[in-house]
Design a protein around this ligand. Structure first.
Ligand code: SF4
Length: 342
């Protein structure tokens, strides 16, 4: 089992100590004997240990910056929610295909924000604007929030905060199985707890540093038993030699382990693997031995915003994926809903 994340190095912005959570985290990391450095801004986190980019990249992914979120304007987050709610950025996982590698660029360390009450106040304004319509907030756009939450409990507070709102809903997705502290949160059914699942092959070769398939399934079953609405994102759907059988086994295992009542209100989101040319370069630099196939010749080019197009699977392959996985959903979870395939 992958152990819960413990940072090797912690930076604390002085302003973070104006907040109770900032002080609490400082004390906690001191108690754990972790090296703590002060920094006036996360942009100053430059001199990470490591002799070359490769080592520095790895060190950054084990570094946690405790900071204050300045921008309280939320990004939109279609199609799964109206807004992205910022609690953290960066991730300790090492998924080869991860989009954070390009979006976080030279700053791949993890940041957690301690001014959560201010974030909640901002969320409240967004909800008021849309009321009486519901507003959904996605908490995992820029990180795997569950992966660090055993340290911060920020997500737990958010779950309880949204649990008592009238018009707010929270959702997030994770590849980590460290969910025990979230099981007794008063969620009131207003949080959809999603797990990112994949065929064992993909998890084994392309998602190092994250919880393994069986651990994720076990965590999903616990979450279902705690009464949370549950969802699965199957992403990235990746075509390897025996993919149909690999994905079938995934569905079979999910079906065997989930309690029946959890399958009534279950959602699936299906996302095929895609890459851009800039991402391919970064991936090859960060993970030179990767098995991830990124051959432009074999893919279909899809024009994108800002002139950066992406390479997706060919039309017939996409159809095959959709009907194969859609078929498994119908077979194993006939009452679940498929939200989208993209
Ligand atoms: Fe990226 Fe998610 Fe993997 Fe973290 S767990 S590296 S956010 S894909």
């Amino acid at each position: 089992m992958v152990k819960p994340f413990v940072p090797e190095l912690v930076y604390i912005e002085p302003r973070a100590l104006d907040y109770p959570l900032g002080r609490e985290l400082k004390e906690k990391f001191e108690g754990m004997g972790i090296e703590i450095r002060e920094t006036t801004s996360h942009n100053q986190v430059r001199n990470l240990p490591g002799e070359n980019d490769f080592q520095k990249y790895r060190m950054a992914k084990s570094t946690l910056v405790v900071g204050v979120r300045k921008t309280l304007k939320f990004d939109t987050s279609k199609p799964s929610a109206e807004y992205a709610i910022p609690f953290a950025t960066g991730c300790m996982g090492h998924c080869h295909y991860c989009y954070l590698q390009t979006t976080m660029g030279s700053k791949p360390y993890i940041r957690t924000y301690v001014n959560t009450d201010e974030v909640f106040e901002a969320a409240e304004k967004y909800m008021k604007e849309r009321a009486p319509e519901e507003t959904r907030f996605e908490a995992s756009c820029t990180s795997d929030i569950v992966g660090i939450d055993h340290l911060t409990h920020t997500l737990k507070h958010a779950i309880e905060y949204f649990g008592q709102t009238e018009h707010g809903r929270l959702r997030f997705v994770t590849k980590f199985a460290h969910v025990d502290h979230l099981l007794d949160a008063k969620h009131n059914g207003r949080t959809r707890f999603r797990f990112s699942m994949n065929a064992d092959y993909v998890i084994k070769y392309l998602e190092p540093g994250t919880s393994r398939l069986d651990d994720r399934i076990e965590a999903a079953a616990k979450v279902a038993k705690a009464g949370y609405p549950l969802g699965f994102i199957i992403a990235p759907i990746y075509l390897y030699d025996d993919w149909k059988e690999g994905y079938r086994i995934l569905f079979e295992k999910l079906h065997a382990k989930l309690p029946d009542y959890a399958t009534k209100d279950l959602t699936f989101e299906l996302i095929q693997h895609r890459f851009t040319k800039p991402a391919k370069r970064v991936i090859q630099k960060n993970y030179p031995m990767t098995k991830l196939e990124m051959d432009e010749e074999k893919r279909k080019y899809k024009w994108g915003r800002y002139g950066i197009g992406k390479y997706v699977y060919q039309k017939d392959e996409q159809e095959d994926m959709k009907s194969t996985l859609g078929g498994y959903i119908n077979q194993y979870f006939p009452e679940a809903s498929l939200e989208y395939f993209t």
